[in-house]
Design a protein around this ligand. Structure first.
Ligand SMILES: Cc1ncc(COP(=O)(O)O)c(C=O)c1O
Length: 392
């Protein structure tokens, strides 16, 4: 199968193994993004006029997302990133002193801060459970969460794919159990669109945020928030603009043509919608290149390289393969100083890869995407073997 590196804008002098942080946008998708920007600048008034041009265009993207992610387009709204989307949710909830937000010890640091901020303001508290490692069975995960659900639990906050540990959490039963107990589920899907199959309606989470700029390969600044219909009235935008209460004051369904939920979150002052509008170009690109087969090849390469490294280090994996993010691998290594290892890998081998300590584990997380060559992964194995004097 041909390597797709020439279709990307990445620096050919860098062995780029960190797709997970910010994604990478293919040339034709980036071109589509810039085309939207040029059209905007030609006639800004018409382009940004919701009724004349913008609303039907964002609607078309929401419809494409609905088809791709198993959701009603009216339950999806454009967002700039998962952090923003999850902030809106966290800051919308009516929490009181003593209320509990149940979560895990694998969450993304920025969102831990978001909940800490919400707790400071409301008197609620975060209850992080320790996910049993190595995670080999779904029940280890879900039963740990169920055991921690109590009368004060108001929110269940989970990553679908975790950042530091690159794990694919089996969240379905936990979400259902939360619902059965009247606990709101808030899911951080920053890594899932374009990475794993999504069926948002079947999952039934109350709030689900996803990024399109990571694995779907849309331009940076393209994300969505999905909210179950019966929870949409809870949402309070963090920015109040023309779209707020647009459907009220005798203007139903509102001057922007959508529900109060969509208008209040999409009409938020002057901003550039080009990245969101280019999401369909990313979907088209993937389809044109038969991305399912490419993703499968990437998954096989990730698994094979991860297994080679585990054999060399002798360190067992954090989880069974079914609970690992398909295209990311958290390589456990002997103790290292992240401030030294990351620059060393770049300076000596030109490898871009995140290296960090998570709890007691020292991890280098590599990503495999359509542009990754087998030789890139071989170089990573060589580099780590040399640096850590691995013998297997
Ligand atoms: C699990 C997780 N959640 C949230 C985010 C934040 O994504 P963004 O910066 O696009 O908001 C990341 C980013 O890597 C992440 O890994």
């Amino acid at each position: 199968m041909t390597n797709l590196a020439p279709l990307f804008l990445l620096d050919p002098d860098v062995v780029f193994l960190n797709h997970g942080s910010y994604g990478a946008c293919p040339r034709p998708v980036f071109q589509a993004y810039q085309d939207w920007q040029l059209r905007l600048e030609r006639q800004p008034v018409e382009f940004l006029d919701s009724r004349r041009a913008l609303s039907p265009r964002t609607q078309a993207v929401r419809e494409a997302m609905g088809r791709a992610f198993g959701a009603d387009p009216d339950d999806i709204v454009a967002q700039v990133n998962a952090t923003q989307a999850l902030n809106i949710v966290a800051q919308s909830l009516d929490l009181a002193p003593g209320d509990e937000i149940l979560t895990t010890d694998h969450e993304y640091a920025a969102l831990e801060k978001t909940w800490a901020y919400v707790c400071q303001r409301t008197g609620a508290r975060i209850v992080p459970v320790t996910v049993p490692l190595p995670l080999m069975e779904e029940a280890q995960f879900t039963d740990t969460l169920i055991a921690a659900m109590g009368p004060k639990t108001r929110v269940l906050f989970l990553s679908h794919i975790t950042s530091a540990t690159a794990m694919l959490f089996p969240i379905a039963r936990a979400v259902a159990e939360a619902r059965a107990r009247g606990i709101l589920s808030v899911i951080d899907g920053a890594h899932t669109p374009g990475h794993i199959p999504l069926d948002l309606d079947a999952l039934g989470a109350d709030f689900y945020a996803g990024n399109c700029h990571k694995w779907l390969m849309a331009p940076k600044g393209s994300a969505f928030l999905h909210v179950r219909r019966d929870c949409q009235a809870m949402i309070r935008p963090t920015t109040i603009s023309h779209g707020w209460e647009a459907g009220k004051h005798g203007q139903d369904p509102g001057p922007f043509g959508h529900s109060a939920f969509i208008d209040s979150l999409e009409v938020q002052g002057t901003r550039d919608p080009a990245a969101f509008l280019a999401v369909t170009a990313a979907m088209d690109f993937r389809e044109a290149h038969g991305w399912d087969a490419i993703a499968q090849r990437c998954q096989a390469m990730a698994a094979e390289t991860g297994a080679r490294l585990a054999k060399l280090t002798g360190l067992p994996p954090l989880c069974a393969e079914e609970f690992r993010a398909p295209q990311m691998f958290p390589v456990r290594l002997p103790p290292f100083d992240p401030a030294q290892l990351q620059p060393l890998l770049m300076e000596r081998y030109r490898i871009e890869i995140p290296c960090y300590q998570w709890q007691d584990h020292h991890i280098a997380r590599f990503s495999v995407q359509g542009y990754t060559r087998q030789s890139d992964l071989d170089l990573l194995v060589t580099a780590l073997t040399e640096i850590f004097a691995l013998k297997g």
